[in-house]
Ligand binder design. Structure first.
Ligand SMILES: Nc1ncnc2c1ncn2[C@@H]1O[C@H](COP(=O)(O)OP(=O)(O)OP(=O)(O)O)[C@@H](O)[C@H]1O
Ligand SMILES: [Mg+2]
Length: 543
């Protein structure tokens, strides 16, 4: 039995008479409740559904009595339960959230009904996409969140589709006997359908676990639609399922499924970080799990702008070979007050269902940094939701980047077991960065004076080196000649590096990192004195 079924059942058995189920999957919720109620081993209840458009009717005999005000639905429930020996019933009431919030009579009626329902072993389950319990009802209503389907439920959804295929074949076979005049026609249909069905059933059986894992993170409806699409395509192909799932995540708003071709080979320097990444990757394996190791929980890269933090994060996702879901604040911020925290919870829930995955929070200091004491209540709540999610999540690798570590709340930083300081690149590292980016523009690094380039670029970060190369390439293109070391040197000299512009910021980061982070760069060099660099630059630029 799925977890949500077990939980609901426990509450029904324990005579919780009024339950609110928060979900946008109404049909799935009704199906689940129906299955609980039908099980004679457990509670055995009759089920009624009530809506404002159809009134109250038995779940297995849908008939519309036309418009029915929410309070009248409660009156109908009361009437039934006041009969002599009423059958224990589950009343699924839809569309009640407005009345709960705005109608004091409705709230009173719900509270009045509580004792009656308890005495008669009956339950009201209110289903709605958002549940805001009015303080009047805080002791009356128990709120449940319908989680995304777990593996057991996804397997059920897959089985239902497979059974439907088998049923189609059976119906056709029966028709051959019952409609002998159409035998040839039916046989032709069977000849097409049977091999497809058999192949799909074989796939569904042999690859059940992989299919179910690939479906994780989808709602019941989405999972069913995805399987249906695969059936139409005659292939329960895992990559089709993953492709569909990416579309679903894209629609979700707060999370972006990011595909990236960045690899660790494209990172110049940062050897300590890369080596850590390689050993972390091995902890995600089954062998490591059997050995007793748990996969690492997360890492944060702290450092000056343009040093390769975002680049390294993307490369790590390829190294780990697990999907990178980027948390984007803009999409999450809601115009409805108080909703942002909920959006965050929904995003994490989705990520959790898609685990193993990486949740990437780029520039976390800008998203969740504190601005001193007078922080907005909403952002404090959202940060709180993130903190809880990070603490409780399993199967999510938390990856973040940050420029200003001092702006981060210590409790947020503490959620990252590993902190790397990504510093300005050393001589060797700059050489690697030049080589990587020269190769990217299809030039042979061997044809350039790399010693000269690394020497003039002291204090420059990867982004500035890449930009200088582009600038030089543009220049040589305009001159209609091949790019040379001179072009690049000239371009470098037109850029004032961040290490000069934001000298103080960089010293602050370094100071903080000395105590709180490990170096991402191998053999960090003694930083060049920015004063010398500044003087050199001024001389070069003839300022
Ligand atoms: N170590 C590096 N090796 C190769 N390329 C680099 C390196 N560092 C930076 N780059 C180049 O600079 C670009 C920008 O770097 P990136 O976005 O990773 O910087 P960042 O540290 O995240 O900066 P910010 O703090 O401003 O977000 C990269 O896409 C890459 O092209
Ligand atoms: Mg970045």
């Amino acid at each position: 039995m799925t977890t949500v079924k077990t939980e609901l059942l426990t509450h029904i058995k324990a005579k919780y008479s009024i339950i609110a189920l928060q979900t946008s999957e109404e049909a799935r919720a009704i199906r689940i409740i129906g299955e609980i109620a039908a099980d004679p081993q457990t509670v055995k209840r009759q089920v009624y559904i009530g809506s404002i458009t159809k009134g109250l009717y038995p779940a297995d005999d849908e008939k519309s009595a036309g418009y029915c005000a929410p309070i009248d639905l409660l009156n109908s429930v009361e009437e039934q339960q006041n009969q002599t020996k009423p059958a224990p019933t589950i009343y699924i009431l839809l569309d009640q959230h407005e009345a709960i919030t705005n109608d004091i009579t409705y709230r009173r009626k719900l509270r009045d009904l509580q004792t009656l329902l308890k005495a008669k072993n009956s339950t009201i389950i209110l289903i709605s996409p958002t549940v805001e319990v009015h303080p009047d009802l805080s002791k009356t209503i128990t709120v449940f969140d319908l989680p995304l389907p777990d593996k057991v439920e996804l397997e059920e959804i897959l089985c239902t589709r497979v059974k439907y295929l088998q049923k189609q074949v059976k119906t056709l076979r029966d028709e051959i006997t019952s409609k002998p005049e159409q035998t040839a026609q039916i046989q032709k249909k069977l000849d097409t359908l049977v091999p497809i069905t058999e192949a799909l059933i074989k796939q569904a059986t042999e690859q059940k676990d992989a299919i179910v894992s690939a479906l994780q993170g989808t709602t019941g409806g989405e999972a069913d639609q995805t399987i249906a699409k695969c059936i139409v395509l005659k292939d329960l192909n895992i990559s089709t399922i993953l492709q569909e799932k990416k579309q679903i995540v894209k629609k979700s708003g707060a999370l972006t499924y990011q595909e990236t071709d960045e690899t660790i080979a494209g990172i110049g320097g940062l050897k300590n970080l890369i080596n850590w990444g390689k050993s972390a990757r091995n902890r995600f394996t089954e062998t490591a799990r059997k050995y007793g190791l748990t996969p690492p929980k997360g890492v944060i890269f702290v450092g000056a702008p343009g040093t390769g933090k975002t680049l390294s994060a993307k490369a790590l996702s390829n190294l780990f070979n697990i999907p990178l879901l980027t948390l984007t604040m803009a999409e999450m911020t809601s115009k409805y007050y108080g909703q942002t925290g909920n959006n965050m919870i929904a995003a994490i829930k989705l990520a959790q269902a898609m685990s193993p995955c990486i949740v990437f929070v780029d520039e976390i200091d800008k998203m969740f940094g504190t601005s001193g004491g007078n922080e907005h209540e909403e952002s404090a709540r959202t940060r709180g939701a993130l903190l809880t999610a990070m603490e409780e999540s399993t199967g999510i690798f938390w990856l973040a980047t940050c420029n200003q570590p001092t702006a981060l709340a210590p409790e947020l930083l503490a959620r990252f077991p590993t902190v790397f300081h990504v510093d300005l690149p050393s001589v060797t590292e700059r050489r690697e960065i030049f080589s990587i980016h020269l190769k990217k523009i299809n030039r042979d690094p061997g044809k350039f004076e790399l010693d000269r380039l690394t020497s003039v670029s002291e204090g420059y970060v990867g982004r500035e080196i890449r930009n200088a190369l582009q600038e030089a390439l543009g220049q040589s293109f305009d001159e209609n000649v091949e790019i040379t070391t001179d072009h690049i040197v000239k371009a470098i000299r037109t850029i004032t590096p961040t290490s000069v512009q934001r000298k103080d910021d960089i010293s602050r980061i370094r100071k903080w990192c000395e105590l709180n982070a490990r170096p991402a760069n191998e053999q960090p060099e003694k930083p060049e004195s920015p004063t010398t660099l500044e003087a050199d630059l001024n001389k070069e630029l003839e300022i």
